[in-house]
Design a protein around this ligand. Sequence first.
Ligand code: NAD
Ligand code: DAU
Length: 328
Amino acid sequence: MKLLVCGGAGFIGSTFVRQRVEAGDEVVVLDKLTYAGRRENLQDVEHVFVHGAIEDPEAVAGAMAGVGAVVNFAAETHVDRSIAEPDAFVRTHAVGTFVLLEAARERGLRYLQVSTDEVYGSIEEGSFTEESPLRPSSPYSATKTGADLLVQSYAHTYDMPAVICRGSNNYGPRQYPEKLIPLIVLNAIHGDPLPVYGDGMQVRNWIHARDFSSAIAHVLQHGVPGEVYNAGGPDECPNIDVVRRVIELTGRDESLIEYVTDRPGHDRRYSLSSDKVRALGWEPQVRFDEGLAETVDWFRDNAWWWEPIRSGAYREYYARQYGRELSA
Ligand code: NAD
Ligand code: DAU
């Protein structure tokens, strides 16, 4: 199968592309190369690369020529950035998804929208199913929810073979170090403070990016058009415990922990029930302890990947976000 993977130069998109190429698929990647998109993420993977935005109909038409299905990872993905500067989130999630849907519909293509557990909001106890109400709380999750609703409207109104796969918090190699795990790992390696928002007792449902990628491939192949499938990881963990595990894995001590001002509107807990996709035959393979240790090793061994980030514009983002400089 020849696939168009939008946002394939990012963290999860590149993991998915690597898996699909290893499985024998041909892949075209369409990516705008925002700060989070990097050609380095795919330097070892055979693919055709198109530099362009999903909100640009001409770029989309060119990239879609001859493909059999479209998988859309392209997004602005960091909640803190959506709070500070929501504009790009609206453009990419609303206009970009619309342009992709129109182009896929015109060509009769199967379409998979990559989405997130954040569309359901926060849950104190139990887990969200696909039937849970949508209660997004940040500009990131609200615009992702809008995109999901547009996809569902195309499946319903035009009978388009479109499916949605909603993942929980991903982690693994090549994740941009604005997100909790890579940020904490790199700061620990450098002996920088480890910023913990609020009381650190927010809970996330961690899934390795390889597992989320395999769920997406599974839903693309076996999912029923018009349906939504949740793919959550096997383990939940409060943030402060994630930080403590990273401290152990990097041989640091707890004096590096720094409690900082909480994120506005911070969701307390995410938890997904994945029964529906499990019934299609998918299972996550990586437990959090094992995946976290592997991820710490990857960052330790791949300084070539993060050195250009830590020495560039990311430093300005970090200073703005945390009110302090990173060490060299
Ligand atoms: P990422 O930020 O690492 O990568 C996003 C990619 O999209 C980058 O390559 C970027 O250049 C590209 N992009 C952004 N705007 C674009 C546009 N307008 N046109 C074309 N390309 C554009 O993101 P990620 O963490 O890999 O997330 C990928 C997808 O998975 C997103 O849709 C996200 O909402 C979803 N998701 C992420 C997580 C997570 O924990 N990271 C969990 C569940 C779902
Ligand atoms: O749940 C899926 C979502 O997971 C994805 O849809 C998003 O794209 C992805 O960014 C992620 O959102 P979170 O907000 O949960 O991830 P983040 O890594 O930003 O934060 C994880 C938790 O850690 C959250 O409770 C906030 C906290 N945190 C984060 C940072 C960056 C800290 O305590 N300190 C930090 O410095």
